[in-house]
Design a protein around this ligand. Sequence first.
Ligand code: GLU
Length: 429
Amino acid sequence: MSASSVSDLPSYLNPHDPGPWAIYLQQVDRVAPYLGSLAPLVGILKRPKRILVVDVPIRLDDGTMAHFEGYRVQHSLSRGPGKGGVRFHQDVTLSEVMALSAWMSIKSAAVNLPFGGAKGGIRFDPHQYSQAEIERITRRYTSEIHDIIGPHKDIPAPDVNTNAQIMAWMMDTYSMNEGGTNTGVVTGKPVSLGGSLGRIQATGRGVYVIACEAARESGIEIKGARIAIQGFGNVGGTAARLFHDAGAHVVAIYDHTGIVHAERGLNIPALLDHVQKTGGVAGAAGTETLSAQEFWSLPTDILIPAALEGQITEHNADLIHTRILVEGANGPTTPEADDIISAKGTVIVPDVVANAGGVTVSYFEWVQDFSSFFWTEQEINHRLEAMMRAAYAAMSSVARQHGVSLRTAAFIVACTRILEAHHVRGLYP
Ligand code: GLU
């Protein structure tokens, strides 16, 4: 970490192991020289505005009581209400939720959505609990963070291991406590409850649109392009299908059950069926198995990490031979790995733009909920594609103008927008 970032570390993080928040601070340090007259305000981005840590006690199915640690972090509310998902994972930490909340501020601003950034999480493995227990955990957590969320304050959404059903329970708990029906308090809800058509596929569709933009700039034809994807859920699965439909060869998929490979391109519709039946890609007919090392070493035109953060590090970055790396997940590439891969001439399309399709359709959902007037899926996809292309163009033009990476360019665009809003609002009191 640079000296300035170390001095910005809050006292509640371990200085010897500050976690993902330290990565975010380094990214902000890289941007500071390009902020012009707004540079003196950069300190506001280096601290979350508000952090809430809650105890989530519930009764388990066997009658005993258990406690879980829950978080909601609001990094910035300068441009609008907080926005960002809630993840359920046994490795969730405060530092991680802080970093993810800051990346939401950057993401919303990079795509020019009228939102700030927030994130939530509960530290537990949902696969170890029944649906009834997960419902009780979700409802108690929602009740504990009730005071700081709301359609005009902070709007949660799905993230790792959370889905439309969890959002329905969050919406219901918030509404019951408020004494009304507030569909706009969360996004990513079921369509039967004010959810938006196209929301589930939105992140994967956005990844596809952004990858097409990057490929066009690099002179790569999508038809016939070799693509490898880590993750085959909402994001990786949707992107794989769209690439397959466009005539690309998706040669390898890596999910939690294994890695499948077909040199001439996987049959993606058949693989999606296989996953539907078995829960993962392992053992799909007509595929061969690869090791993780072999997966990362595959020569490709486009590589898409669309699973968890911290997947590409200084330990596997050397193996990677791809022309474009599109970050479908949040924070999949460490800064050290980013430097190694960029030095080879690979274009890295950063998460804050590449995976912004989800929050973009969350924005559409929030707007539709306010007007109680719902758009067609075609309209949604059309608007999504236009916003993603505009975000890519803004980032790419700043990258050329300053001779910086796409990541730094996205941060320049986003930090400038956030700090401009902060500046015109002025410092209270
Ligand atoms: N969890 C998603 C993300 O990281 C979506 C957040 C949202 O829709 O608010 O972008």
